[in-house]
Design a protein around this ligand. Structure first.
Ligand code: 5AD
Ligand code: SF4
Length: 448
C-alpha cells in the first residue's frame, strides 16, 4: 500500500458524480505511465482540476484554485522541479482557450470526451509544442480507449452508462459542454459491472446526465438494470440523474419488481409553475410531474423522492414561486438540491427579460430550503423504530463505529466491527438527524 509512486498525480473534482467517475478513469489512464494519486497538490508532478460549469460560482472556484496551484508550480520550479497543470471537465470544454489566456500556468486543457488522450497531451505539453487543446471528441472513442481495468477500493462504485443531453433546458449548459445524448453498449456496461463485482463492489450507481433516456442498442435503462441485477454479488443498483419525460413504464415496473433496484429516485422538477416550466423548456407540467410520482409510488410505495429546484428563473414572480412550494408540499421529498438561478452565457435564459434580483432569489431559496429541510428531517424521523438493511461502507469517525447506507441513501451509523464492511446487515434505527440515521445491529436470530 505504501509504495511510493514514481510520479505524483493530484486530481481535484468539482460538480457532479459523473466528474467523480471521470476523475477515477483519468487516474486509470495515467497509472500505467507511473502516476500514483496523492492527496495534496503541493509538490505534485501533475495536477488535474476536473471542473464544473453548471453555475457561475462553480466556474469561478476553478479560477481561484488555479491561482493557488500556480504558486505551487512556481515553488516547484524554483526548487528545480516541474508541475504540469491540466484543466479537465466542463469548464475546459466551454472555455478552453479562455482558460489558457486567463491563467498562463495552465499547460493543457482537456474536455470530457478526450480523457483517453491525456497521456499524449501531457507528452506534448512537456515538449511544449503543438496543440494543447483537446475538447471535441465523440463519447464512444473515449470509452473504447479507456483501459478496461478499473481501480476501485470501496464496496460502492459509479458506472457511467450514458452521457450528454438533448433536452436543452433553457438555463443549462450541459447540452453544450457534454454534447448530445449517447449511450454505452449494454455488453460493455455488463462487463464493467462484473469486474466491479469481482473486486468486491456490492452497489453500483449508474450515471448519466439523462440516465433514464439510456438507449444502448435499443435496450432501455429498465432492460439494462434487469441484466445487471443478475450479476452475482451486485446486490444494489441505483441510477442518476433522470428526466421526468424519460421515465418509462418499464422502468417504473422494474421499481416494483426488482429488489436490487433501490427505492430512491432523483427526479428533478426544477419549478412548480407551469409558466416557468414552459420557459425552461422542461416539457412537463407540475400536474404531469405529480401524476408521474403517483404512478411510481403505486409501483413502489416506499420510494424516497429527491429533486433539483431552481429559484429566481427569469420571469418568476412571487405567485410562481408559491407554486414551487405547493408542489414540494404535495410530493414530499426525502432529499433535494436547490439553487438560485445562475445566468450562464450562451444559454437562452440568460437573454430572457425579467431577470430576478439577487436578494429576491436569496429570500426564495431560504424559504424553499426551510421547507425541504423539514421534509428531509420528517422523512428521516419516519425511519426510527424500523429495521433497515444497511450496506456498510467504511469505519466511522468514532472507534468501534461503522457507517453505511440505507436503501433510501441515508447514511447510517452503528457500533460494529470492520468485518461487516461490504455486507448488508439489518439495523434497528434508533435516532435520526437531518443528514443521517443511527441504530444498532439486529441480532441474527438462531433458528432452532
Ligand atoms: N442556474 C441554477 N441552477 C442550475 N442547474 C442547472 N443549470 C443551472 C443554472 N443555470 C441546476 C438544475 C440541475 C442541477 C444539476 O443544477 O437544477 O438539475
Ligand atoms: Fe441540463 Fe435539462 Fe439536460 Fe438536465 S435535462 S442536463 S437540466 S439541459
Amino acid at each position: 500500500m505504501s509504495e511510493t509512486p514514481q510520479k505524483r498525480l493530484f486530481i481535484k473534482t468539482y460538480g457532479c458524480q459523473m466528474n467523480v467517475y471521470d476523475s477515477e478513469r483519468m487516474a486509470d489512464v495515467l497509472r500505467p505511465l507511473g502516476y500514483g494519486v496523492v492527496d495534496e497538490p503541493e509538490g505534485a508532478d501533475l495536477v488535474v482540476l476536473n471542473t464544473c460549469h453548471i453555475r457561475e460560482k462553480a466556474t469561478e472556484k476553478v479560477y481561484s484554485e488555479l491561482g493557488y496551484i500556480k504558486q505551487m508550480k512556481d515553488r516547484k520550479a524554483e526548487a528545480g522541479g516541474r508541475m504540469t497543470i491540466a484543466v479537465a471537465g466542463c469548464v475546459a470544454q466551454a472555455e478552453g482557450k479562455e482558460i489558457m489566456n486567463r491563467q498562463k500556468a495552465v499547460d493543457l486543457v482537456v474536455g470530457p470526451q478526450a480523457y483517453h488522450q491525456l497521456p499524449e497531451l501531457i507528452a506534448r505539453a512537456h515538449r511544449a509544442t503543438g496543440e494543447r487543446l483537446a475538447a471535441d471528441f465523440a463519447a464512444d472513442e473515449k470509452f473504447d480507449a479507456l483501459p478496461a481495468e478499473r481501480h476501485v477500493t470501496g464496496v460502492t462504485a459509479f458506472l457511467t452508462v450514458q452521457e450528454g443531453c438533448d433536452k436543452f433546458c433553457t438555463f443549462c449548459v450541459v447540452p453544450y459542454t457534454r454534447g448530445g445524448e449517447w449511450s454505452r453498449p449494454v455488453n460493455d456496461i455488463v462487463e464493467e459491472a462484473k469486474r466491479l463485482a469481482d473486486q468486491g463492489v456490492r452497489e453500483v450507481t449508474l450515471l448519466g446526465q439523462n440516465v433514464n433516456a439510456y438507449d444502448g442498442d435499443g435496450s432501455t435503462l429498465a432492460k439494462l438494470v434487469r441484466q445487471l441485477a443478475k450479476i452475482d454479488g451486485l446486490d444494489r443498483i441505483r441510477y442518476t440523474t433522470s428526466h421526468p419525460r424519460d421515465m418509462g413504464d418499464d422502468l417504473i415496473e422494474a421499481h416494483g419488481e426488482l429488489p436490487e433496484l433501490m427505492p430512491y429516485l432523483h427526479l428533478p422538477v426544477q419549478a412548480g409553475s407551469d409558466k416557468i416550466l414552459k420557459a425552461m423548456n422542461r416539457d412537463h407540467t407540475a400536474e404531469s410531474y405529480v401524476k408521474l410520482i403517483e404512478k411510481i409510488r403505486a409501483a413502489r410505495p416506499d420510494i424516497a423522492m429527491s429533486g433539483d429546484f431552481i429559484v429566481g428563473f427569469p420571469g418568476e414572480r412571487d405567485g410562481d414561486f408559491e407554486k414551487t412550494l405547493e408542489l414540494v408540499r404535495e410530493v414530499g421529498f426525502a432529499s433535494a438540491f436547490s439553487f438560485k438561478y445562475s445566468r450562464r452565457p450562451g444559454t437562452p435564459a440568460s437573454a430572457m427579460p425579467g431577470q430576478v434580483d439577487e436578494a429576491v432569489k436569496a429570500e426564495r431559496l431560504e424559504r424553499l430550503n426551510q421547507l425541504l429541510d423539514e421534509q428531509q428531517r420528517a422523512f428521516n424521523a419516519s425511519q426510527v423504530g424500523k429495521v433497515l438493511p444497511v450496506l456498510f461502507e467504511k469505519a466511522g469517525r468514532h472507534p468501534g463505529q461503522i457507517v453505511g447506507r440505507s436503501p433510501y441513501l441515508q447514511a447510517v451509523h452503528a457500533e460494529g466491527g470492520e468485518q461487516l464492511i461490504g455486507t448488508i446487515v439489518p439495523v434497528h434505527i434508533e435516532s435520526a438527524a437531518k443528514m443521517s440515521l443511527a441504530g444498532r445491529l439486529e441480532p441474527v436470530l438462531e433458528t432452532a
